[in-house]
Design a protein around this ligand. Sequence first.
Ligand code: ZN
Length: 306
Amino acid sequence: MHADELKQVHAELRDRLFHAGLLIPSGVDGLYGRNATFEAVVRAVDEQACLLGVDEQPEVVEFPPFLPRATFDRIGYLQTFPQLAGTVFSFTGGDREHAALVRQLEAGEEYADALSQTEITLVPACCYPVYPAATGALPLGGRVFELKTYCFRHEPSVDPMRMLAFRQREHVKLGTPDQVQEWRARWFERVPKLFSELGIDVTTEVANDAFFGRAGRFMASAQLEQELKFEFRIPVYGEEHPTACASLNYHQAHFGELFDIRGDDGAEAHSSCVGFGLERCAVALFARHGTDIESWPRAVRSRLWP
Ligand SMILES: [Zn+2]
């Protein structure tokens, strides 16, 4: 499919979801409301994704969908993904500056220069808040976290599989290289099994993140070569154009070094995370089984709502 053909197909699926009331348009591509049926599917997928890791007895934690800017900068997000970033600005001036801002607004002018950057950014990946919270020595066997949050990535698109604001459910393992690799091997099996039980074809592919620019191309090829990222892809728009609905990432000692986390061997901890894009999973289910959940196959319904 050519790019404009593909865009048409994306828009068709989105319109189908709008028409069924599952997604609620906002006027901005990628920013939608969800109705109760859509949320019921998100919740069900989420619960099943959590159950997959229940035997690890994860520490369940909750973070707001914002990061301290200091953490965001330490992770180097603007070095690697500037095109996806969402930094928060607010107004810090006095009456004079405010009057100028109001004049700009009334004239319909750009007003970014009247605002100042705050100490927070939007969270681009669910697991980022975990690492600074885990600084120090890990207990024997490492730690496992389970968390969910809204993430923001600035990639406006008519494709309902690619939203600006979406939820990720993640499980994160911190430990020695052996502990982390064992954990990763278990998820490698679990994720495709769940999708196939939901009646969805899935392929597991070695992948790379969308690193920016020329330097990013080197990072992407190293990531591919070392098989650090796997995506579980669903052919919502055909076999040629599958979309990742979950991914399994091995960060080696990246976060262990950045945030001084040490394994029970005393060395810098390794980490791995598995993340489910909950809206993507829901959209994939509606695309596969139709917009009326009452008519979904019995096996799928009983897998989601046991
Ligand atoms: Zn993660």
